[in-house]
Design a protein around this ligand. Structure first.
Ligand code: FES
Ligand code: FES
Length: 155
C-alpha cells in the first residue's frame, strides 16, 4: 500500500505499507522521524502524540491509511530550524526533562493545550496532560514547564 501525506510541511510518499501498520511506525521507521516515541503502542502513555489535521492523536492508534492526504505534525515539526519551540524551551528551562522518553508527547500535548487555552489553570493543564505518562519527574516540573510556556507565549 502507498501512503502520501504532508509531514511537517513536506509532502511525503511511502510505499510497501502493510495493512494495519500504524502511523507511528511509518513516522519512525519509514520516514526517519524518531521524535514520536514508541512505548505502549496501546494509546495509554501519550509518548507518540502528534497532530493529525490539527487534532492531537496517539500515532500508535492511527492506521497509516487513515493519514492518506492528511497533514501530520510531529514534535520535530514544532521547532523552527535550530530554534526550539517556546514550549520545548520551557521544558528545558523548568528542568522537566529527565530520561526524556515522555517529553515529545508532553510537548505536543502542551502545545495543543496552549493553542486552545493561552491562560490555562492548573486543572486545565492536568486535564490536558492526563493522557501522558512520565515515570521520572513526578510531574511537578512538567506543570512548571507548561505554566512557564504559557507565560512566555502571552509575553
Ligand atoms: S505509544 Fe502510543 S500511546 Fe503509548
Ligand atoms: S522524563 Fe522519563 S518518563 Fe518522563
Amino acid at each position: 500500500m502507498e501512503l502520501t501525506c504532508t509531514v511537517n510541511g513536506e509532502r511525503r510518499t511511502t510505499d510497501g505499507i502493510w495493512p494495519g501498520e500504524s502511523l507511528l511506525y511509518v513516522l519512525r521507521e519509514r520516514l526517519g522521524l524518531p521524535g514520536s516515541k514508541n512505548a505502549c503502542e496501546q494509546g495509554e502513555c501519550g509518548s507518540c502524540s502528534v497532530f493529525l489535521d490539527g487534532v492531537l492523536v496517539c500515532a500508535c492508534l492511527v492506521a497509516a491509511g487513515q493519514a492518506e492526504g492528511s497533514e501530520v505534525v510531529t514534535v520535530e515539526g514544532l521547532a523552527d530550524g535550530d530554534s526550539l519551540d517556546p514550549v520545548q524551551q520551557a521544558f528545558v528551562a523548568a528542568g522537566a526533562v529527565q530520561c526524556g522518553f515522555c517529553t515529545p508527547g508532553l510537548v505536543v500535548a502542551a502545545r495543543d493545550l496552549l493553542e486552545r487555552e493561552p491562560d490555562p489553570s492548573d486543572a486545565d493543564i492536568r486535564e490536558a496532560l492526563a493522557g501522558n505518562l512520565c515515570r521520572c519527574t513526578g510531574y511537578e516540573k512538567i506543570l512548571d514547564a507548561v505554566r512557564l510556556a504559557a507565560e512566555g507565549r502571552r509575553g
